[in-house]
Every structure is written in C-alpha cells, then in structure tokens.
Write a protein that binds this ligand. Sequence first.
Ligand code: TXA
Ligand code: MG
Length: 320
Amino acid sequence: MAGRIVPATETGIAEAARLVRGGELAAFPTETVYGLGGDATDERAVARIFEAKGRPRFNPLIVHVPDLAAAERLALFDDRARAAARQFWPGPLTLVLKRRAESGLSLLASAGLDTVALRVPAHPVAQALLRAAGRPVAAPSANRSGRVSPTTAAHVAAELGDRTAVILDGGPTQIGLESAVLDLSGGTPILLRPGGVTLEELAARLGPVAAVETDPAAPRSPGQLASHYAPALPLRLNATEARPGEALLAFGGGRAPGSAAAMWLSRDGDLAEAAANLFAMLRALDQPEFSAIAVMPIPERGLGRAINDRLRRAAAPRPG
Ligand code: TXA
Ligand code: MG
C-alpha cells in the first residue's frame, strides 16, 4: 500500500485529502517540485515529515494554503505582504511572515520560530488537494534531506516510496526549481532562497529586495545549508569540457566538449528550460560508471541565479 503512485484524478485527490486529514502523508505535484504533505496543524503528522526526510528539526517547513484569505488566518499581513501576495500568488513565491498566535499551526512546522513560511501553489492538483483537505498542509520537497528535489512522481517513489501513504502523479513539474523564499517579517525584504520567481521580477514589482549572499558557508535561512540538492557523485562547476570519466551537464549551443555522456540543460541557452531539466538530469547522470558530473557555466541572471544556487550547494563539501 505504501507509496502507491496514483493518477491525480478527482478520486485520487479525494483519497490523498482523506489521508492527510487522518494524519498520514501524501506526496503531490506543485508547479515547482513535488511536495511531501501533511496536516500542518497536527504535530504528529509534521513530526512524520521530518522523520521521513531525515530532516534536521531546526529547518522549518513551508505551509501551503489555497489562497490569500487562508494565509491571513495563519500569519500577520501588512500592506507590503498583501501586495506581494496579490502580485505573485498563486505561484512560486513563499512569504516568511510573523505567525499568528492563534494560527493553530504545529510549532515544529516552523521549528520553534515566531515566523512561518507560507505559499499558495498554482498547480491545479495542489490547489484541489488543499481545498479538499480543508486545512493548511506542511510540505517540504519530497526528497531525502540534502538530496536532489523530485520533479516526477517516480523520483518521489524512488526516495520516499515507503514513507508516504500515497503519491499523486501529475506528470513532470513545470518550473523544476523550488519557490523563491522572501522574508517580509522585518525591515527590508530579504530573498532567502532564489527560486521560481526571480529577483528581477520581485524588485520590479515590490521595490528594493536584499539578496542573501548565496555563500553556502553562511546560511541565513535555516534550510540554506552548505551541502544540499546533492547527487552521489561530486560536481565540478564552470567546466568548459568534460575530463576523461566525467559526465557532462551542458548548456548552450555547440558540441558537447569532450564527453560521450552529455545531457543538455538547454541547447538554446533558455534558462526556464534549464531549470525544468536541472534536477532530472542531475539524477540521470548520477551513475557509478562516472567519476564526477562536470557542469558548464550558467549565466547569473533571472532563473540562472536559482540554478547556480542549487548547483553551488550540490557541489559543496558533504557533511560526514
Ligand atoms: O517550491 C517549494 O517551495 C517546495 C514545494 C513543495 O512547495 N517546497 C520546498 O520546501 O522547497 P523545503 O522544505 O524543501 O524548503 C523550505 C525552505 C527551506 O530553505 C527553509 O529553511 C525555508 O524554506 N523556511 C521555512 N520556514 C522558514 C522560516 N520561518 N524562516 C526562514 N526560512 C524558512
Ligand atoms: Mg527541499
């Protein structure tokens, strides 16, 4: 029974919602990556999420709701937060806000902080699940902690299949990278994690946004640990060609320099296409026959910032 992949039909969604209401976990697609969902008001369900992922308990979860009205019941929105929500929800933006004392949310979900991360996903399956569940759903990406995020139901089954009651299959996710995490709990808005909404888009609509140094050695958000999104093989960044034994993750036109085993993030240099391909290609190239994955340079603009953030963490020294 555990980890059954079911099509995201009305029946499948209703079943997943029933399981969530009963304190079980259900994996589901969003427009960014697949999430591992549990009732955010149920301390035991949230504890199960941490356990399933092997996630450190100081790293808080994103709470998903169907709309702004539901979000306003959980956190304090000022005009600035409401403007951000109106501009970017539903969509790949997570807002960190002061949580309401009477929110009813599990304390573990926000790891004991007085803030909570809220997101209104745009994916129709996620929307339908949230409405059917009728309660906020805590959902980190549905991968083991520190590993590559899942963009298909099969990725979830491979890593967490025995840890989740059901996996709703909505096909490959469209964006392929996690939401941008924007902290609006203090003075200047701070982009804690670059993601599906770009820094440029945020600044154009909201005014000045401080981008946290994406220095993996100095995490600002509890989740921005040095090593993350990591395949088993080492990564070698800004490669101009593959060395003998390496697989190559290529970007842009031309012939794959030096490697028989190459996959293209995007041949046209399209950053949205590259983002959508990134995690699936890292998984596909992560084979013991190679010594490393060499990755060609990606421009540091638009979605390229989020891609480079994930690549730097995937390449960072591993703990232990
Ligand atoms: O696209 C996404 O955001 C996906 C889908 C499933 O919605 N979810 C996701 O969740 O990526 P997760 O748990 O893998 O990443 C949550 C990020 C972490 O970096 C965490 O530290 C940060 O959000 N976060 C959560 N609550 C926070 C808080 N109260 N303050 C600061 N950062 C927070
Ligand atoms: Mg994650």
